[in-house]
Design a protein around this ligand. Structure first.
Ligand SMILES: [Fe+2]
Length: 295
């Protein structure tokens, strides 16, 4: 299973799309159904869908899976009380699968049969999304729920986050111990550290400094730089997170501590805690579909 995309609704979607293509460095995949689709250099049809709407919300986070993985997922979900719905995707790339609403309203979508596209050349393009993180009222419970309901695995727990993987990458999502439920941030995977650094330069050319970074995280060991996008969401340039073995031992908060004043491995950057916290509350999840049995 692989994280593929996030589907967002917001006013002035075109301006948000222009930011992601002209400044952030991604590419326009197409415009369809009042929605701007943003892609990277990889073969996913798109990474971010920006749909014009009056209010900001997240429609879904989408994972791509094989048909046997989807069948196993349906079996797990049949034993639980979560709200679900079978769906045919009318987003770019199509595909069919299911929608699942988690305990705090997060909507995850699992698709099989989505079309892939030819890769693009360009060293400043993001390759794909490396992770999308949610804010949680009870991150610990969310971690347990995705293990039970989705077959995901908690990779590490820190004072701030519960990191979760759905394949051998250390995390594709995480639940932040925030005290509220919303989108925390969207991380774009860049080709290498240089591409992350060039991205920071591109943003600086547009008079924007990182809200946090550059730095190197503990869990996942990825190099990062976070920015608050003009459309309100927190976006991250990231290198790929580390690959972990199947028997990776999940660390506990006491295994992931920093020396005084440090909040990353390098210790070279400040963090705009207040700005990030405000931005992290801009996009909540919204289920605008009626549950239906999946079979
Ligand atoms: Fe991140």
């Amino acid at each position: 299973m692989k994280l593929r995309s996030i589907e967002m609704v917001l006013p002035q979607a075109e301006a948000a799309a222009n930011y992601l293509t002209d400044i952030w460095g991604a590419a326009l995949a197409g415009i369809h159904n009042n929605t701007f689709y943003i892609r990277g250099s990889g073969t996913f049809a798109y990474l971010v869908a920006l749909e014009e709407g009056e209010e900001k919300f997240v429609r879904s986070i989408t994972w791509e899976c094989e048909s046997d993985e989807l069948a196993a997922l349906k079996q797990r979900l049949a034993k639980l009380e979560l709200k679900t719905k079978p769906i045919e995707s009318d987003d770019l790339g199509g595909g069919q699968g299911i929608l699942v609403e988690l305990a705090e309203g997060e909507v995850f979508r699992f698709l099989t049969g989505s079309e892939h596209v030819e890769p693009l050349q360009g060293k400043d393009l993001p390759v794909k999304l490396t992770h999308v993180v949610c804010n949680s009222i009870d991150a610990e419970a969310s971690g347990h729920l995705v293990e039970e309901a989705l077959g995901f695995t908690v990779s590490d727990r820190t004072k701030g986050m519960v990191f979760v993987r759905c394949n051998q990458s250390h995390h594709s999502t995480a639940f932040a111990r925030s005290g509220f439920a919303s989108l925390n941030h969207i991380a774009f995977e860049m080709e290498d550290v240089d591409a992350v650094m060039r991205g920071i330069g591109r943003l600086r050319d547009n008079d924007t400094a990182p809200a946090w970074g550059p730095g190197r995280h503990g869990p996942g060991a990825n190099v990062f730089a976070y920015f608050i996008a003009p459309f309100g969401a927190v976006v991250e340039f990231s290198t790929a997170v580390e690959i972990v073995p199947d028997d990776y031992q999940a660390g506990a908060p006491e295994d992931w501590t920093w020396p005084p004043k440090r909040i990353d491995q390098w210790g070279i950057s400040d963090k705009d805690f207040d700005g990030l916290k405000q931005a992290e509350q801009q996009f909540c999840f919204r289920r605008d579909w009626q549950p239906e049995a999946i079979s």
